[in-house]
Design a protein around this ligand. Structure first.
Ligand code: NAD
Length: 297
C-alpha cells in the first residue's frame, strides 16, 4: 500500500483515484470543486483542505489537471507543492499539457531533489474507469521504476512507456493525438466517399480493416453511426473524446512542431478542420462527429 495524494478529480482523475483505492492504496484528495470530491470520498478517499495538506505524509503525488497553467500553479505557484514536499516524494503529472511547462516544472522539482514525471494518458474516460489507460512517461529511469507499479493500478501494465527525459511524455502524447486527428479525418473522408458512391459504410469498414487502410478509428472507434455498437457515433456522438479536447491537443502538437523545427501541414489542416467544427458549435460532441462536417460539405 502506498500513501498517495491525488489532486484534480474531474472526469479522468475521479475514476483513476477510485481505481487506486480499489487496489488498496490510501488516498488524500483535493480539488477546487467540491462536487468532484464526492464519489472518491465515498470510495474511501480522505478530503484535504488544500493541495499541500493532501500531500502531508504522501509517498506519491498524482495531479490530473486541465492545462499547463494549472500544473505550474499547483507545483510552483504561491503555496505550491514543491515548497511543501519532502525530497524524494515522487510526483506524477498525468495531465495533458505543453511539454515546455512539463520540462520546467520537472527541472524546478529536480533542483529540490524531488523526482517529477510527466505521465499523460491515452484512452479517455472509459479507459480511466476500466483501469486500462496507456501512460507515456517523461523523467529519469529511477522515477520511472518507482512510478510503474502505481501507474499499473490505473492502467494497462503493457502500455506504460518511458518516452525519455522530462517533457518527453507530453511530446509523445502530442504526436499520438496529432496522428489520431489526421487518421480520423481520413477515415471519415474515405467512408463518406464510399457511401456517396453507393457502398454500405459497414461493408467498406470491414474491407478497409482487412486492407492497408486499417487504423484505430476503424478498429475501435468507427465514426459512422450504427456501424459499431458502443461507439460515440452510435450514441449521437456523445463523448468519448470531445472536439474541444482535440483542439487543445492539436494546439500542443503545433507548439512541439514549431519548437522542434518540423513543418506539419496535415497536422495544421486537421487543427483547422477541428477549429471550424468547434466554431460551428460542436465543441462538446465527440471528435468523430467531424464526419458530419465532411458529409455536409
Ligand atoms: P476535468 O476538467 O474534468 O477535471 C480537471 C479537474 O481539475 C477539475 O475537477 C478541476 O476542478 C480541477 N482543478 C483545476 N485546477 C485545480 C487546482 N488548482 N487545484 C485542484 N484542482 C484543480 O478534466 P479531465 O477531463 O479530467 O482532464 C484532465 C486532464 O486529462 C486534461 O489535461 C485533459 O486534457 C487530459 N485528458 C482528458 C481525457 C478525456 O477524455 N477527458 C483523455 C485524455 C487526457
Amino acid at each position: 500500500m502506498t500513501s498517495i495524494a491525488f489532486i484534480g478529480l474531474g472526469n479522468m482523475g475521479g475514476p483513476m483515484a477510485r481505481n487506486l483505492l480499489a487496489a488498496g492504496h490510501s488516498l488524500r484528495i483535493f480539488d477546487l470543486s467540491e462536487s468532484a470530491l464526492g464519489d472518491v470520498a465515498e470510495a474511501g478517499g480522505q478530503i484535504a483542505a488544500s493541495a499541500p495538506a493532501a500531500c502531508e505524509g504522501a509517498e506519491v503525488v498524482i495531479t490530473m489537471l486541465p492545462a499547463g497553467k494549472h500544473v505550474r500553479q499547483v507545483y510552483t505557484g504561491d503555496d505550491g507543492l514543491l515548497a511543501a514536499l519532502s525530497p524524494d516524494t515522487l510526483c506524477l503529472d498525468a495531465s495533458t499539457i505543453d511539454s515546455e511547462t512539463a520540462r520546467e516544472v520537472g527541472l524546478a522539482a529536480a533542483e529540490m531533489g524531488i523526482p517529477f514525471m510527466d505521465t499523460p494518458v491515452s484512452g479517455g474516460v472509459a479507459a480511466a474507469q476500466a483501469g486500462t489507460l496507456a501512460f507515456m512517461c517523461g523523467g529519469t529511469e529511477e522515477a520511472f521504476r518507482r512510478a510503474q507499479p502505481v501507474l499499473a493500478d490505473m492502467g494497462n501494465p503493457e502500455k506504460i512507456f518511458h518516452a525519455g527525459p522530462a517533457g518527453a511524455g507530453q511530446v509523445a502524447k502530442a504526436a499520438n493525438n496529432m496522428v489520431l486527428a489526421i487518421h480520423m479525418i481520413g477515415t471519415c473522408e474515405a467512408l463518406a466517399m464510399g457511401a456517396n458512391a453507393g457502398l454500405d459504410p459497414g461493408v467498406l469498414s470491414e474491407i478497409m480493416k482487412a486492407s492497408s487502410g486499417n487504423n484505430w478509428s476503424l478498429q475501435v472507434y468507427n465514426p459512422w453511426p450504427d456501424v459499431m455498437e458502443g461507439s460515440p457515433a452510435s450514441n449521437d456522438y456523445q463523448p468519448g473524446f470531445m472536439v474541444d479536447l482535440m483542439v487543445k491537443d492539436l494546439g500542443l502538437a503545433m507548439a512541439v512542431a514549431k519548437s522542434s523545427g518540423i513543418d506539419n501541414p496535415l497536422g495544421r489542416l486537421a487543427l483547422a478542420q477541428y477549429e471550424a467544427h468547434q466554431a460551428d458549435g460542436h465543441g462538446t460532441t465527440d471528435f468523430s462527429s467531424i464526419l458530419n462536417r465532411i458529409r455536409s460539405s
